[in-house]
Design a binder for this molecule. Structure first.
Ligand code: OXD
Ligand code: MN
Length: 591
């Protein structure tokens, strides 16, 4: 299978520990994929959907306590605790390996161990990194085939280069008390056990492409970020690319493939989707920042996805898609809260139980048809707006970086950082309300710097320092912005319509990048003159845009208290530049 001795030795060692009945190499062929699908149907891991209406689509259900990333069971295992930082759970490598070994031991008995060689990024690009995932889950294999470049070509590349991330996964007993998601950045190793939920087990995604990659990227001077990448093409064919970091389930996917709103249609914009979740960025020979999306698929949140919120995704998930934890309709199609059409009269809910709209549980709460964090796994190439540059080894040049979160008050619709250093401060102080993508209390505000809090593989103080250093290395820095689509009025109603209308805000971003418009200098950054945002055809009531752009200094003075508290946890490690920015902001707010 491979001449790479390190790889064969590692597989032998892992197999000795996990004791699978056999070992199967994943070659990336359609024939093998179809065979695995047949086996997964026979074992009940997959349910075949209506092949006329949803060709190549399947449904999978996870265990009911295994439906989201379990951040409290996710660890960064560096020799020194300090290197993981206050932002991560930490275990010493020795303790972590020992604890996990006890669970992995014999865990694959009676099962097959699949060997998945995968490349994050186009095979052979200098951006790309290779991983090999060993897993006893066919669901994982079938998802990885969508999310990454998998198979023979990767093995051949691995004969030319030495290093690969060693990824080991076993469902084991799917027992939450024996679940661990362990990262060993110093060993380029990931061990995940006891879970079957995508974010915990598709090890090329969050584990490799963010936690391990951020650690490696710092050493190699490139950035691994929780960002979408999209291109906005003007009628003259000129395309500008932006990268945007929002916490999980805050609309990265919808933004990355938006459809221009009616009022802006005459301007002839065209959107190109490069990625919806992860960006790897490096400084190219022209001194500017270039980015690739290392993935080949979307692992998106189903609830709320419909023809109004994201028509391109509705199109994308019509074929070759794996649905997880959604409702199964009697005609073997699927449904979720916020899907197109009425709720079906009956169906099988995400837990496999008969379901009817309006059904209540024993506490009197509505029983959900689909889990709030139910997902679809679909190939990017299905997307009508998929970029034609997905396979280009250099990626795309980034003009702007946008940070954002879900805040019902405080943060205006958009503002621009004064410069790179201030932009790093803006990213570092991002906060958002918790969503269903994490286990935790919905709605609670948490600081989520650069949307990387759950994904930064090392001490976040060093990560901020790294951002500052990267800025200094660039001949041309992207401009940095902050957006908030989620401001509400007194009755809790969103003030901004969002979705496709967000292009109006991105248009201002590009105008600023190209020095086409001025801006108001406020205490927190530059905000737009209201008439520089094209509102044609939107019909927003008078005064709302002004309200959305308003900065309430009293609320911001409260916010800086939270920022101080957040910064203090990094003690003397926090870069002094961020304290300078903190002081400067406080002064501006008081003046
Ligand atoms: C995701 C997440 O799945 O951020 O992308 O949780
Ligand atoms: Mn994400």
């Amino acid at each position: 299978m491979t001449k790479n001795k390190k790889l064969t030795e590692w597989i032998t060692k892992m197999a000795r520990m996990c004791q699978p009945d056999d070992i199967v190499w994943i070659d990336g062929s359609n024939k093998q994929k179809e065979e695995l699908e047949r086996e997964a149907l026979a074992s009940g891991e997959l349910i075949q959907l209506n092949q006329e209406k949803l060709p190549g689509c399947f449904l999978h259900r996870t265990a009911i306590d295994d439906v989201a990333r379990t951040e409290h069971l996710t660890f960064i295992c560096t020799k020194k605790k300090h290197d993981a930082g206050p932002n991560n759970n930490w275990m010493s490598p020795r303790a972590a390996y020992n604890k996990a070994k006890a669970i992995f031991k014999g865990a694959m008995r009676g099962r097959t161990m699949y060997v998945i060689p995968f490349s994050m990024g186009p095979v052979g690009s200098s951006f790309s990194k290779i991983g090999v995932e060993l897993t006893d889950s066919r669901y994982v294999v079938l998802n990885m085939l969508v999310m990454a470049r998998v198979g023979e070509a990767v093995l051949r590349q691995l004969e030319k280069e030495d290093g690969f991330t060693k990824c080991l996964h076993s469902k084991a007993e799917l027992d939450i008390n024996k679940r661990l998601i362990l990262h060993f950045p110093e060993d380029n190793t990931i061990w995940s056990v006891g879970s079957g939920y995508g974010g915990n087990v598709l090890l090329g995604k969050k584990c490799l492409s963010l936690r391990i990659a951020s650690f490696i990227g710092r050493k190699e001077h490139w950035m691994a970020e929780h960002m979408l990448i999209m291109g906005i093409e003007e009628p003259n064919g000129h395309i500008e690319y932006i990268a945007a970091a929002f916490p999980s389930a805050c609309g990265k996917t919808n933004l990355a493939m938006l459809i221009p709103p009616e009022g802006l249609k005459t301007k002839g914009y065209r959107i190109w989707t490069v990625g919806d979740d992860i960006a790897w960025m490096r400084i190219d020979t022209d001194g500017s920042l270039w980015a690739i999306n290392p993935e080949t698929g979307f692992f998106g949140v189903a609830p709320g996805t419909n023809s109004n919120t994201n028509p391109n995704m509705v199109e994308t998930i019509r074929k070759n898609t794996i649905y997880t934890n959604v409702l199964l309709k009697p005609d073997k199609t699927v449904w979720w809260e916020g899907a197109d059409g009425e709720a079906p009269e009956s169906g099988i809910d995400w837990q496999g139980r008969p379901w009817k709209p309006g059904a209540l549980d024993k506490d009197g709460s509505l029983i959900k048809a689909a889990h709030a964090n139910s997902r679809f796994t679909a190939p990017i190439v299905n997307c009508p707006t998929a970029s034609f540059r997905l396979e280009q080894h250099h990626g795309v040049p980034i003009s702007a970086i946008i940070f954002g979160g879900r805040r019902t008050h405080l943060t205006p619709l958009i503002y621009e950082a004064f410069n790179w250093q201030h932009g790093v401060f803006v990213g570092a102080t991002m906060a958002s309300e918790l969503t269903a993508a994490q286990v935790g209390k919905l709605g609670q505000v948490r600081r989520d710097p650069m949307a990387m809090l759950p994904f930064c593989g090392y001490n976040m103080a060093s990560y901020f320092q790294f951002w500052l250093e990267m800025g200094k290395k660039m001949a041309k820095q992207p401009k940095i912005f902050c957006v908030n689509w989620f401001n509400t009025d007194e009755s809790g109603k969103f003030l901004w319509p969002g979705f496709g209308e967000n292009l109006r805000v991105l248009e201002w971003v590009l105008d600023r990048c190209n020095n086409r418009v001025g801006a108001v200098k406020t205490a927190i950054g530059y905000t737009p003159y209201a008439n520089d945002i094209d509102m044609t055809g939107l019909g927003l009531p008078a005064g709302i845009l002004e309200k959305l752009l308003n900065i309430d200094k009293t609320k911001w003075l409260e916010e800086v208290k939270g920022i101080k508290k957040f910064f203090e946890q990094f003690k003397k490690d926090l870069p002094k530049e961020l304290w300078q920015e903190y002081e400067a902001l406080s002064m501006r707010l008081k003046s």
